[in-house]
Design a protein around this ligand. Structure first.
Ligand SMILES: Cc1ncc(COP(=O)(O)O)c(C=O)c1O
Length: 365
């Protein structure tokens, strides 16, 4: 049997045609029309005013911190229950992360966010909030708190392209939003990221920094340091083709979640990641918790059948790298980490494969 992966790339079929156009034009790199088209498509879909295509979401998050003026010694609040790529840029800037735990939504707790702001030794300048596994965080409450306190909000929407709250797309609530197109995301350009904002000056500044901070001269003139963070035209061509099928991809991921719930939902000890009121997640990954069974046993049983599954993210405040970092936690994400599992959720997966996975899980329980 072919291996069933957690979330493999799912091409639309148009990618090679667009890549061929890139080759015909010889605008292989650095930029070209597909980079512009990809940025325009993202703006059209999400409703963001401006976008900048980057080579990774990690780079986009780094640019976000730079344009917001976050530097050495500053404090930056962040979801603790997330992937390291969400917070590495805080370290690149020699700033201090302040980790905030989740609540029942699995996403950032507004209550603990308030506590973190009150108790941090210095007023934090920004918050990086993750929409975990494609499910919306409580953005209305979070924006209220941060706007009152004058704290910038960066939405890590790496996993949540296509998710919405009250009809508004993830990534467009905060000051800046970031999407990822790496190999396992809902759309993939093999590797890639996107920065979005309604603030044109920030996007222009990020563009400048992402292309080695070259001043506007004929010769190469530099007044500050930059990065080589832009996306290539070849990868943007893949992105344009992928954007054409985003609504279908969201629909299929949500169907996969619904099917898992249909087949496993009656088992008492299994819980599913919730969806907050007014929101529609993209269900990037279907994630479950087991009340009594050790998820490692489920991972091993699936692996024996050549099926990939993974533990939930290990919270940042439990990582040795961050043993000295400030944290405001109540054990929620630590518990989820111990009990939880990500199930194969690729949009190309068949119903038959999914049913086979459910049978294996039922066998273990
Ligand atoms: C929540 C989150 N943030 C950031 C990233 C980093 O994205 P990239 O791999 O495009 O740098 C990822 C995925 O890898 C992610 O899942």
């Amino acid at each position: 049997m072919d291996r069933i992966f957690l979330s493999p790339p799912h091409m639309s079929g148009k990618e090679q045609q667009y890549i061929a156009e890139v080759f015909e034009s010889n605008y292989i790199a650095p930029l070209g029309v597909f980079v512009n088209r990809f940025e325009e498509d993202i703006c059209r879909y999400t409703g963001a005013k401006y976008a900048l295509a980057t080579n990774t979401a990690t780079a986009a998050l780094h640019l976000a911190l730079r344009v917001l003026g976050i530097g050495a010694g500053d404090y930056v609040l962040a979801s603790s229950f997330t992937f390291i790529g969400s917070v590495n840029a805080i370290l690149y800037q020699h700033a201090h992360p302040v980790f905030v735990d989740s609540d029942k939504s699995w996403n950032l707790s507004p209550v603990l966010l308030k506590e973190a702001i009150e108790k941090a030794p210095q007023k934090p300048k920004a918050l990086i909030v993750t929409h975990l596994y494609g499910q919306m965080a409580k953005m209305d409450e979070i924006m209220d708190i941060c706007q009152r306190e004058g704290i910038f909000v960066i939405e890590d929407a790496a996993e949540s392209l296509g998710a919405s709250l009250y009809g508004r797309q993830s990534g467009t609530f905060g000051d800046i939003g970031v999407y990822s197109f790496n190999g396992n995301k809902i759309l993939s350009t093999s590797g890639g990221g996107m920065l979005v904002s309604d603030n044109e000056a920030w996007i222009e500044k990020a563009k400048f920094l992402s292309t080695q901070a070259k001043e506007d001269f004929l010769h190469y003139e530099h007044r500050e340091f930059g990065y080589n963070y832009r996306m290539s035209n070849v990868l943007a061509a893949i992105g344009v083709a992928q954007m054409e099928v985003l609504p279908e991809r969201v629909k299929r991921r949500r169907e996969i979640f619904a099917l898992y719930r249909e087949h496993l939902g009656r088992i008492d000890e299994i819980g599913f990641m919730p969806e907050i009121g007014g929101s529609e997640g993209n269900r990037w990954l279907t994630t479950v918790t087991f009340e009594h069974t050790d998820p490692t046993r489920v991972i091993q049983a699936l692996e024996a059948e050549n099926i990939e599954s993974r533990p939930l993210w290990k919270p940042m405040h439990l990582q040795p790298l961050f043993k000295d970092a400030l944290r405001y936690e109540d054990g929620t994400s630590a518990r989820l980490f111990q009990k939880g599992l990500c199930l194969p959720s690729g949009s190309a997966m068949t119903d038959e494969s999914l049913i086979r996975i459910c049978m294996i899980i039922k066998g273990i329980l």
